[in-house]
Design a protein around this ligand. Structure first.
Ligand code: PLP
Length: 405
């Protein structure tokens, strides 16, 4: 009744999921071993070590949660937030709203600071809001895939540390594509994604947290077990962590030397993550970040030569996502459809107020290659000419080829 699985070969230039490195796909067919087999636990330890290097941290805890990136965000927030905690969420795009929703679901009182989409915050603005609102936690997106902007974190992290506020960062779209320094930027908890700049399929959310968070969740564990002292009970109004799957104390016991049984690890995904991380470290972090900027420059030069305008504040552009203002009178979705149907190239729209107004081109991980940049420039020009957009013909590829040459 059903045919063998067969998918078209695509050029994927969205902000995730992106093309997976063939070497990652290959290791995914490696035979399964049991999750407590020493052959497997040594892979777990290797992955933790590689994640520490990627995150630039000395944290003991650096491991993946099984699930998509938001599973890592939810694990971090539900383990840290006690009902009634105050969380400050500065929002400058769609994924800030995701942080708000998750915080509220776990009983936080959320203070929201809003910035126009396409810009980021002056760090001083967030630091002022910390003084005004006195939050327990600041939760912030590092790289807003919805608007292609990147929020500088260092000053905010330092301010949080000084004021004893926990600083939790969604680095889902930046990790592996741009520099992220967990320890130096005073980040207490950070969540990454696999399906973007790491070029691993979606399905795991690597995260890390320090002893400030570890201490806080350990106290909640004591409450759960009924072994907290009176004094400790007074320090916390917490009930135990409400999720079993996302309880970081349980995940910690599974990833740590005790190897306490929790979930059944997603073996093939861990193989994939290990290979993805190995390739990142083999390329070199600085070299990888430079590669992303190199191809971003070619793409931007080509788009501008075509006469298209880029969306958003250029000073805080995320190097791995380029947002283009859709020219007047052009049907944004029709262009994307023709790119996919005729050229096998996928680019993205955006969310909410930006849907139909901008296109987003992701140049992330394995997708971030010269042939992809040239392919999308050529195809986009052809489709825009077809739809009668007023562009400069022939300029985009000439500019990009000159740049590469
Ligand atoms: C910045 C950011 N945070 C969170 C997410 C949610 O990730 P997922 O869809 O893998 O759950 C995404 C996904 O695009 C993202 O770009």
């Amino acid at each position: 009744m059903y045919q063998d699985l067969s998918t078209p070969l695509r050029t994927i230039l969205t902000p995730g999921p992106v093309e997976v490195d063939p070497r990652v796909l290959r290791v995914m067919s490696t035979p399964i071993v049991g999750q407590f087999d020493p052959a497997f636990t040594s892979i777990m330890n290797e992955v933790m070590g590689m994640l520490r290097s990627l995150f630039k941290t000395k944290n003991q805890w650096a491991f993946p949660v099984d699930g998509t990136s938001r599973s890592g965000i939810e694990a971090m927030l539900c383990s840290v937030i006690k009902p009634g905690d105050r969380v400050l969420v500065p929002v400058y795009g769609r994924f800030g709203n995701l942080l708000i929703e998750i915080c509220e679901r776990y009983g936080a009182k959320v203070d929201i600071l809003e910035q126009e989409w396409g810009k980021v915050f002056e760090p001083a603005e967030i630091i002022q809001a910390i003084d005004d609102k006195q939050p327990d936690i600041v939760a912030l997106v590092h790289a807003e895939t919805s608007t292609g902007r990147m929020q500088p974190l260092k000053d905010i992290g330092e301010a949080c540390r000084k004021k004893d506020v926990l600083f939790i960062v969604d680095a889902v779209a930046s990790i592996g594509g741009v520099d992220v320094r967990v320890d130096e930027w005073c980040i207490d908890g950070l969540i990454a994604g696999t399906q973007k700049c790491l070029s691993v399929p979606s399905g795991m959310a690597p995260l890390t947290y320090n002893e400030r968070i570890e201490k806080r969740i350990a106290l909640r564990k004591k409450v759960e077990r009924g072994i907290a002292t009176e004094e400790e009970l007074q320090q916390t109004n917490s009930l135990y962590i409400k999720s079993n799957y996302f309880d970081l104390t349980m995940l910690q016991d599974y990833w740590g030397p005790r190897r306490l049984n929790h979930h059944t690890e997603a073996t093939s995904m861990l193989y994939a993550l290990r290979e993805g991380l190995r390739l990142v470290l083999e390329e070199g972090l600085d070299e990888r970040f430079a590669r992303h900027q190199y191809h971003e420059k070619a793409l931007v030069a080509g788009l501008e030569a075509m006469g298209l305008s880029l969306f958003g504040d250029p000073n805080v552009k995320l190097p791995t996502v380029t947002c283009i203002a859709v020219p007047e009178g052009i049907d944004a979705d029709a262009v994307r459809k023709m790119l996919l149907d005729m050229f096998g190239i996928e680019i993205a729209s955006s969310f909410g107020p930006l849907h139909g107004k901008i296109w987003r081109i992701g140049t992330m991980g394995y997708s971030c290659r010269r042939e992809n940049v040239l392919a999308v420039l050529g195809a986009l020009e052809a489709v825009l000419v077809y739809f009668g957009a007023p562009i400069h013909k022939g300029e985009a590829l000439k500019t990009a080829i000159n740049y590469y040459a």
